[in-house]
Ligand binder design. Structure first.
Ligand SMILES: Nc1ncnc2c1ncn2[C@@H]1O[C@H](COP(=O)(O)OP(=O)(O)OP(=O)(O)O)[C@@H](O)[C@H]1O
Length: 479
């Protein structure tokens, strides 16, 4: 996989003027990050090059010796209909432009010193070609029912056709540079899918991940873009951000659903043009990172009620992977059960995993798993701790009944005031507010099997509020 070449197909520059070829190549490379370029000065060679190399886009001059650009344009359109042609010429006449577009040119530019405008058009064409190629690729993969690199998905335990279709889709978008949005309920495996995508892309550098829930706009900019020395009080040194650290690999932004409006604007610019400023810096930077973003929010309804920007919402739709909840792929339950029993036994140092009585998979299939696979994992681990030789069907039944009860009536677990008071009176010293917050957050997540929506309901706060508490709790631990 030629992962350092962009785009994955070649861009063929055809012009008899060598200085123009050179300056356009430099601009495409520097400003547009395009480095998969073939230069051709002799118009007679163009068709052979297209025939022999993986050319997706031709940037074509019109006035050339031997074969004219217009003649070439007609032949390319007829013989290689999937190759896009952009005409870049010195001829500033509308009728030429109209003629070229009629014959099949994708766009028409007059040579100018302001190459930025041309580059924006070329990047636009590249994006469309990538999408066309990807959709062709997805179609052929769906017909052949195969994976090119099954190893990339080996950590994901599944037998579901829906998940297999997701794997095929991931393989078909692996070479694209466009951002990928992964959605699905909490605990459904979004991070695992992001890691599979990373493996399918075969980057040399490790993936960079960050959970951006609860970051205010200043923290968001500082974390992603870094800062210049003296940018704010305490910024004693310049520091690079995660975007720079993730150059030529994947930057995984988890929980993008709660971003503030101003951070959404910055994120859009980053995804759209690859551009950003470090905090306190006035030099525009460009990135070649691949962005993978995840959320368990319904972004469509957030966008409809004005909480999520429409332009960002649509920018994120280019490559969208939605992971179905566990209750919609119950065929995975027996496999996952066995997998987690083995993993738990291994962690506990058991010689062999406990036996699984036959009724347990069917019992689990009747439960809706609001916390999805994370919840199943925590139930199984807990049961393996309790029963190291043979798992207990009754144990599973009790846990599931209890969880269903909490789910239908989150108030049921509330302790009386006196009981709460007693907990503190028995302690040698009173915990601080932040200690209580950490303990409660952890306890609620534990009870809810990692389901943040349910845990937030138990604590009487919103899910974004809980997300913020989780990240501040993590920050306190990391300090
Ligand atoms: N198909 C699977 N096979 C094995 N383990 C899985 C699978 N799906 C999820 N898991 C495990 O379940 C747990 C939750 O997965 P993950 O963190 O990827 O979910 P998530 O959707 O990102 O959750 P959240 O929205 O809360 O961040 C992890 O321990 C993960 O390894």
């Amino acid at each position: 996989m030629k992962k350092n070449l962009y785009p994955a197909f070649s861009v063929l520059l055809v012009d008899d003027e060598l200085p123009w070829l050179r300056s356009l190549t430099m601009a495409l490379n520097g400003e547009g990050g395009i480095n998969n370029i073939i230069q051709c000065q002799d118009s007679r060679q163009v068709l052979d090059i297209i025939n022999e190399q993986n050319v997706g886009l031709v940037l074509l001059d019109l006035t050339m010796p031997h074969v004219s650009g217009e003649q070439l344009l007609t032949t390319i359109s007829e013989t290689f209909p999937s190759v896009f042609v952009i005409v870049i010429t010195g001829m500033n006449q509308v009728d030429y432009a109209v003629r070229c577009m009629k014959v099949g040119a994708f766009d028409y530019y007059v040579k100018t010193n302001d190459v930025n405008r041309i580059i924006t058009g070329i990047l636009h064409a590249i994006r469309i070609i990538e999408l066309q190629r990807e959709s062709r690729d997805v179609r052929s993969r769906l017909l052949t029912d195969r994976l090119e690199n099954p190893e990339a998905f080996s950590d994901i335990v599944t037998t579901s056709k829906k998940m297999f279709a997701i794997f095929q889709y991931i393989e078909s978008i692996a070479l694209s540079k466009q951002p990928v949005l992964i959605t699905g309920e909490s605990g459904v495996g979004k991070e695992l899918i992001a890691r599979a995508l990373y493996k399918a892309c075969a980057y040399d550098k490790p993936m960079v991940s960050v959970n951006i829930a609860g970051l205010d706009d200043a923290m968001f900019s500082d974390t992603l873009f870094g800062h210049k020395r003296g940018a704010f009080t305490g910024a004693d040194d310049s520091r690079s951000g995660l975007v720079e650290q993730a150059e030529e690999t994947i930057l995984f932004l988890d929980e993008i659903g709660d971003l503030s409006q101003s951070s959404q604007v910055k994120l859009l610019r980053l995804l759209q043009d690859g551009e950003y400023y470090s905090v306190g810096g006035d030099q525009l930077k460009r990135t070649k990172s691949r962005f993978v973003l995840a959320t368990n929010h319904d972004l469509l309804s957030k966008q409809q009620c004005g909480e999520f920007r429409k332009d960002l919402f649509y920018r994120l739709q280019t490559h969208h992977i939605h992971i179905p909840p566990l209750r919609e792929r119950k065929e995975d339950i027996p496999l996952l059960l066995e997998h987690f029993v083995k993993a738990a036994a291994h962690e506990l140092g058991l010689k062999c995993p406990p036996n699984i009585p036959k009724p347990i998979p069917a019992l689990l299939s009747r439960y809706a798993f609001p916390g999805n696979i994370r919840e199943l994992r925590s139930i199984v681990y807990d049961e393996v701790c309790r029963n190291k030789i043979m798992l207990s069907a009754d144990g599973f039944k009790d846990v599931i009944n209890y969880r269903q009860e909490i789910e239908s009536n989150p108030d049921a677990c509330i302790l009386g005031d006196a009981a709460i008071l007693q907990v503190f009176l028995n302690a040698q010293r009173l915990p601080t507010y932040s200690e209580v917050e950490d303990i409660l957050t952890e306890a609620a997540l534990d009870k809810a099997g990692g389901n943040q929506t349910l845990a937030a309901r138990m604590l009487g706060i919103s899910q974004p509020g809980l997300s913020k508490r989780i990240s501040s709790c993590k920050n306190r631990i990391n300090k």
